[in-house]
Design a protein. Structure first.
Length: 233
């Protein structure tokens, strides 16, 4: 294990069948995110330090690696989620530790830091990439100016890397109506994306102020004219 790795671990799911398609994995949640999407289901992970104390809590990186040592041959890999994992300089060291331990390294990211994403792409076997909105309209969702240009650059890096990935979008009627989804589909098609996962927003557990989700994902014909392979969950 890297001696000086101090990745801010906010939590660990010891076994997940949903965070990486067709794999049994553990999911590491990191603390902190530069964006403020109102439907986030991990609002306690947005700030760099959680209310009430140390971000690492019980899950130091040393303890995570000790746990993984008991799961060799049982788990396929480890997904780094958040929060936003790429804000952490120690993510590279953590992914190397995971791979040295015999596990695949997976990443969940929204791509706010293209340069940081570029550093970890050689270490990952799969990426779940969250696309928030049409790239010119990102601020409506993230509450951060120019976030769309960062996301687009990160998506281009991912496409060019050859790393397998999934592009997915959380859909809430307050943020994305059908015309906005069509504009986003045009953006994705322009970047060569032909497969897309749409996730209906669950408002239970989201941050305060998010209203009922009125978006239906029943009819997606207009989107499939732009991105042919669309699935929902």
């Amino acid at each position: 294990m890297t001696p000086d790795c101090s990745l801010k671990v906010a939590g660990l799911v010891p076994l997940s069948t949903v965070d990486k398609p067709d794999a049994l994995i553990a999911t590491v949640f990191t603390q902190g995110c530069p964006w403020r999407c109102p439907y986030c289901h991990n609002p306690h992970l947005l700030v760099s330090e959680p209310p009430g104390g140390d971000a690492t809590g019980l899950w130091t990186w040393e303890r995570v690696m000790a746990f993984l040592g008991t799961r060799r041959g049982l788990l396929d890999g480890v997904a780094f989620s958040g929060g936003e994992p790429t804000i952490h300089a120690d993510l590279v060291a953590a992914m190397r530790d995971v791979r040295d331990g015999g596990f695949a390294a997976y990443l969940h990211t929204a791509g706010p830091l293209p340069a940081a994403l570029a550093r970890v792409l050689p270490l990952v076997q799969w990426v779940g990439f969250d696309v928030k909105a049409p790239f010119d309209e990102y601020k409506r969702v993230t509450r951060v100016a120019d976030s769309g240009s960062c996301a687009r650059e990160s998506l281009r890096l991912l496409v060019g890397s050859g790393v397998p990935f999934e592009v997915r979008t959380t859909v809430h009627s307050d943020q994305l109506d059908l015309p906005a989804l069509e504009r986003l589909a045009d953006d994705l098609a322009a970047e060569g994306i032909d497969s897309w996962v749409l996730q209906a927003c669950r408002t239970e557990g989201a941050g305060p102020g998010i209203g009922p989700n009125k978006t239906s994902l029943d009819s997606l014909d207009s989107l499939r004219k732009r991105v042919p392979a669309i699935s929902t969950r």
